[in-house]
Design a protein around this ligand. Sequence first.
Ligand code: CTP
Length: 473
Amino acid sequence: MASLTVRQLDDRLKKLLRMRAAKSGRSVEDEVRTILREAAEDTGRTVLDAFEPPTARSRARTSRTALPVETKRVLLIIGGGIAAYKSLDLIRRLKERGITVRCILTKAAEHFVTPLSAGAIVGEHVFTDLFDPAGEFDIGHIRLARETDLIVVAPATADLMAKMAGGHADDLATTVLLATTAKILLAPAMNPRMWANKATKRNLRQLAADGAAFVGPNEGEMAEADESGVGRMAEPLEIASAVQKILSAEGTQLLQGRRVLVTSGPTYEPIDPVRYIANRSSGKQGHAIAAAAAAAGADVTLVSGPVSVADPPGVKVMHVETARDMLKAVEQALPVDVAIFAAAVADWRVANAGEQKLKKQPGKSTAELSLIENPDILATIAKRKMQRPKLVIGFAAETENVVANAKLKLISKGCDWILANDVSPRSGVMGGDRNTITLVRSSGTEAWKPQSKDEVAATLIARVTETLNEEKG
Ligand code: CTP
């Protein structure tokens, strides 16, 4: 079929196409091909199914599993460890990033997760057995090995790593690992003593020399009582970021050479040495933005209040507690090209914070706290004369009149964009995984569809990329 030249696209359509392409990390040309392919699949399939005999149709079912070349594909091998349950969340995280996932479970993994549960999340058959005629007919181990951009082994157990280092191929997972030419990312997980064992260290060196990449293991509590140390599998978000980094390193790094600053999480304002004022911010949105910017190749500094989400890999993280410390850290991180203020900064701190623990007063059933306003970090940076970032972006956390209040904040704080969101308890945004954003700029507003916080991050970074590149001309 002839290749196509598309003419007479209006400017808005061109802009939307560029944004879509930036978001999915493709060239505009590849994005157009993907759109055409999806449209042809949707309408063409109905016509095809009506005309084809059943045998041809079953062949077509198999070939439909062959994916568009531009779609990033990950083959996830789940090994047999207690951390296997986290790999189900990893599948979700990868899919949220637009990555297509196929999954192999080792025999040992089936003791921890079932093919049914993994298959329900992947959305297709999960592969378990080298000698399963249905699996071999459907895809086959060689196609599993070839039709992927990256193989992720999570959890990578000591046994699986040993087999890989020795070049064994005695089941589906190890055969695919031996047959692939794709990059391999391992997320090791095992008991700290097994991790420290000389044999494991030897295998690790061998695998690294063979070109494997690693994420984790982390330090922390083990599943076994009273066991802790290095050996916990990296968190799904960390693994997903490492995957994105490897995949986008092969593609375009649209924010390469740009410096991005992100604030995230709540601040804690002390009342006395043991009590503090805080809020329900989890840091998920700010951390996802930092991770998305790093995946796009930016040099990212994340200034984070106290949160339980893991530091995104490849990002410089400055941990702070109070609003005043957050402002200091932000100022230290300047100059940057883009500053994104996602932190839920406490508006007030306690003026009379006690040096010692406040004690109850006999006969007094009330206590007074006097509050004093904290510095507005976003406004301070947006109104700087020197070293003002090219793009200053804030959030507006509102519980009513969301867009109207956000417009007022855009003006009063002097920033360039505001991402307005409804944080009332019914929205589930605070602490939750999803967000509904309206982008407010002086030129107008734009409602984004409800999406995961990772998707919001990817959309925002695509927007930022486009704006910076437009400026460059
Ligand atoms: N912000 C900040 N420093 C503060 C307060 C807020 O940097 N002391 C930033 C937030 O990170 C966010 C934006 O300002 O990007 C708006 O925060 P929000 O909590 O929605 O608004 P407030 O300024 O606190 O105003 P109000 O509480 O009256 O809605």
